[in-house]
Write a protein that binds this ligand. Structure first.
Ligand code: GLC
Length: 603
């Protein structure tokens, strides 16, 4: 009983402490706001891209710019090493501190599966794999490690997590989702506590972003860009859509998330960046969200009215507080000033937006410690961090088939290792890695699937042939074959895909290899794909998702040191004609159900 009382008291004290910290920060922000001119206020609402700031750093001082971001893959011009990032951010910060009121800059980046833009950073499985772990404590620790690595480069804000509830795997961002149910996305919102820590001002804490509000994963195929699905329209009865897509954001606000990013998509035909009822009404008023709302990349440009000035008025009045411009900052500032002058945007709305932004900057401790603290920079990509990433890979694997208990493999077996994805860090990391779209190749330090096999089973007789010839495939030549195949990297709309077939070359490889050798197929994909033709041919099939840099996590399970624990975060379809296909559908006939996952028999 005493323990329970102590825990409750501890929790109450923590909540009170956080509320007090918030009130103190808000008071300081209000006092600063009272001193600010309109151009200084408007500058805080503008976020520009790194390239603009590097080309002309004086822009930050002259226009009182409050924030800079790196778009996907946007690294410092001099190079992509951690110290070069910290030096660049320090340079921008000094430009901000050269303004009259010395308001520090807030730098934002998409650290969505580790500090994925930075060379040598620990790259974790993408969210779809983390959803398969069903381990919120592990995901919180991944947030903590990612925050440590981001913080060490002087950056204090990540545009993560995506709390999208992905309802259709034809969406190119399905892998950024934790899964197809609100419960799973809500569970994994624990990553916010990892990113933000108990105090935003603590060393290693960064601001998190709950994105993309609201319904980004529920769009209808055919309503998106290029007639596909990304940035499309989420349609249905409000109550039903809110029941599906809102719970993870309720959890995020309850966890004190500091920023929210609206979606490019629409909600029953209305662009989310113009949706006052959902942003101002639901998020800020009903949920009492006290952080700030940051737009997506040039997203207000999509608001279907002719003038940019009117687009700006609509979005700010809908509840946007900061605009990810990211290039034409002069036009954005002009539009804001013109709207205030005309009365289209009230000064009260401007003050509310700036107060929200400044409050988060005070909570982050930026006024006390604006310049980067790189004392932990050696921790970036450290073996301790990679160990956790390797555990996450192991726990993310889902065993779909294991005929004759082919797995686990003996550690002294003769194994043919083959397929496009056996030895490529870029392919196993997917999009949002080093570049926006990701790319094949040895793009950053890590352990490929093949290297992991050799590390974990040094006595195995492993022959690696990406594409073996007939002579290599005589029966009995190998005890087993491991075939790693999957998707090429993509991000956002570039990943929209209606047929979800594996490459024909990969399917042919499975046919040829599995005809002569007992085989396990490893699927390196960002989502369920069409396996109807290969499933009957393989003894074992494993979904490995997009594991990131620690490929040895796969071997930890394949050789039996660990058991499978992963279960499907998305229903696995029989045919794409079934899509969208989700647990709870009245007609639900998947190949493998949401939550399915085999394990090794207990010894
Ligand atoms: C992108 C994405 C968003 C990301 C932002 C900044 O277009 O939609 O998730 O945070 O732009 O890179």
């Amino acid at each position: 009983m005493k323990k329970i009382v102590a825990l409750v008291l501890l929790l109450c004290c923590s909540v009170i402490a956080q509320q007090t910290a918030f009130e103190t920060a808000q008071q300081k922000a209000a006092a600063l706001l009272a001193q600010m001119t309109l151009p200084e206020k408007v500058g805080q609402m503008i976020q520009i891209e790194r390239d603009v700031a590097e080309k002309n750093p004086e822009v930050i001082t002259n226009y009182f710019i409050g924030s800079v971001l790196s778009g996907g893959g946007s690294a410092p011009r001099v190079g992509n090493q951690p110290q070069q990032w910290a030096d660049m951010v320090a340079g921008f910060q000094r430009k901000a501190l050269a303004t009259r009121l010395k308001i520090p800059l807030l730098y934002g980046i998409d650290a969505v599966h580790g500090h994925n833009n930075v060379f040598g950073a620990t790259i974790f499985p993408h969210n779809i794999g983390l959803g398969a772990t069903r381990n919120p404590a592990l995901v919180k620790e991944i947030g903590r490690i990612t925050a440590d690595e981001v913080y060490a480069t002087g950056i204090r804000w990540t545009f993560s997590p995506c709390l999208c509830v992905s309802r259709d795997e034809r969406w190119g961002r399905a892998y950024e989702s934790f899964g197809e149910t609100p419960e799973l996305a809500t569970m994994m919102s624990s990553i916010i506590e990892g990113y933000q820590g108990t105090n935003l001002s603590d060393k290693g804490s960064v601001l998190a972003t709950a994105k993309h509000f609201l319904g980004d994963g529920g769009t209808i195929y055919g309503t998106g860009t290029k007639g596909k699905i990304d940035q499309g329209d989420t349609r249905g009865a409000d109550a039903a859509l809110k029941a599906l897509h809102l719970p993870p954001f309720v959890a995020a606000v309850q966890k004190g998330v500091g920023s929210v990013m609206p979606s490019f998509s629409s909600w029953n035909g209305l662009k989310m960046h113009a949706h006052k009822n959902l942003i101002e009404g639901v998020l800020k008023t009903e949920l009492k969200f006290t952080g700030f709302v940051i737009s997506d990349w040039q997203a207000i440009d999509q608001i279907p009215v002719s003038s940019y000035t009117e687009k700006m008025a609509i979005s700010i009045n809908a509840g946007l507080d900061m605009i990810m411009v990211p290039f034409d900052y002069q036009n954005a500032i002009r539009a804001l000033l013109d709207n205030v002058k005309s009365g289209a945007i009230s000064m009260a709305r401007i003050d509310d937006a700036v107060l929200r932004i400044l409050t988060q900057k005070y909570l982050l401790g930026l006024f006390e410690q604006a310049l980067p603290d790189t004392s932990n920079i050696a921790q970036i990509g450290s073996s301790q961090h990679r160990k956790i990433a390797r555990q996450a890979v192991a726990e993310s694997l889902v065993l779909l088939k294991n005929k004759d208990n082919l797995l686990p493999l003996p550690k002294n077996a003769k194994i043919l290792v083959t397929g496009s994805h056996i030895n490529d860090i870029g392919l196993q990391s997917g999009g949002w890695t080093k570049t926006w779209q990701g790319q094949a190749g040895a793009i950053t330090p890590g352990t490929t699937i093949l290297e992991g096999l050799r590390q974990v089973a040094p006595n195995a007789n492993i022959t690696a042939l990406e594409y073996p010839e007939a002579k290599d495939l005589t029966p009995k030549k190998f005890d087993f074959a491991l075939i790693a195949i999957g998707e090429r990297p993509y991000a956002e709309g570039n990943g929209d895909n209606a047929d979800l077939d594996l490459e024909s070359r990969s399917e042919a490889l499975v046919r040829n290899v599995c005809a002569t050798t007992r085989c396990v197929v490893v699927l390196v994909t960002g989502r369920p794909v069409n396996i109807s033709r290969i499933l009957p041919l393989a003894h074992a099939v494993v979904a490995a998702w997009l594991p990131g840099t620690e490929g040895a996590g796969i071997s930890d399970v394949f050789f039996g040191d660990n058991n499978f624990v992963g279960t499907l975060p998305m229903s696995w379809f029989k045919s794409v004609d079934q899509l969208p296909l989700n647990i709870g559908d009245s007609k639900y006939d998947p190949l493998f159900a949401y939550g399915f996952g085999l394990k090794y028999p207990s010894k």
